[in-house]
Design a protein around this ligand. Structure first.
Ligand SMILES: [Zn+2]
Length: 222
């Protein structure tokens, strides 16, 4: 991962906003599992999945808050992508309009999360986030490595989600302001500072209101 190279080269000292995100995610990464006496295997598995789900949700929250640097956003996005199988497991979002990711192609069911594969990511991520957190020294000038811009195609819709109330979700599909098209194929251009959507009609949509996760998590893995 590029983050590691920048760290090794001493080219990354966290800004306050990055530090806050890194420390919060690190706390989720290192959260111990609850101790249960005489535990049923099923409860244990749920605890393990719940920990991974909390890491994903915390990561997405910081990614979408829009306060972190592009380099940190790229890192958080990569973590969110890796933990996507836990988007709806073990606790699915309650409302029907809530975002749905990680659905098995051709079905409406989310795939069972590969718990062990997810946990296998934790030691490396913990080491990386610990090392990053250690670069945050009070008074030091932040140093942010460049983030690699990317471009991708998406033949489908982008949905922007809002939560008007607790457990109430509303979703809106992004449409092209020029031709009204919603299905693309969109050309997404992103530098982790902002993302634009290119419509087949030639219009470039900047004011789409989408959060990074609403774009990144629906794209096919590249
Ligand atoms: Zn258009």
């Amino acid at each position: 991962m590029r983050a590691r190279q920048f760290l090794a080269a001493g080219e990354w000292r966290l800004s306050p906003a990055d530090a806050e995100a890194v420390v919060t995610v690190l706390a989720r990464l290192t959260a111990p599992l609850p101790t249960r006496r005489g535990t049923a295997a099923r409860a244990r598995a749920t605890d393990r999945d719940r920990r991974l789900q909390r890491i994903l949700r915390t990561t997405v929250r910081h990614l979408d808050a829009g306060t972190v640097s592009p380099a940190a956003a790229a890192l958080l996005a990569a973590v969110a992508r890796a933990l996507l199988p836990w988007h709806a497991a073990p606790n699915p979002p309650l409302a029907a309009a809530a975002p749905r990711y990680g659905i098995v192609p051709g079905t409406t069911e989310p795939a069972a999360p590969p718990t062990e594969a997810g946990e296998a990511l934790l030691p490396d991520l913990t080491a990386l986030f610990t090392a990053l957190a250690a670069t945050s020294v009070p008074g030091a000038v932040p140093l942010t490595p460049p983030a690699e811009p990317w471009q991708a195609r998406h033949a489908g819709r982008f949905r922007h989600y809002t939560r008007p109330a607790s457990d109430v979700w509303a979703a809106e599909t992004v449409g092209c302001p020029q031709c009204g098209g919603k299905d693309g194929p969109w050309t997404v251009t992103c530098d982790w500072h902002r993302a634009t959507l290119g419509c087949p009609c030639g219009a470039v949509v900047r004011e789409h209101g989408l959060a990074f996760s609403e774009i990144w998590l629906v794209l096919p893995e590249t």
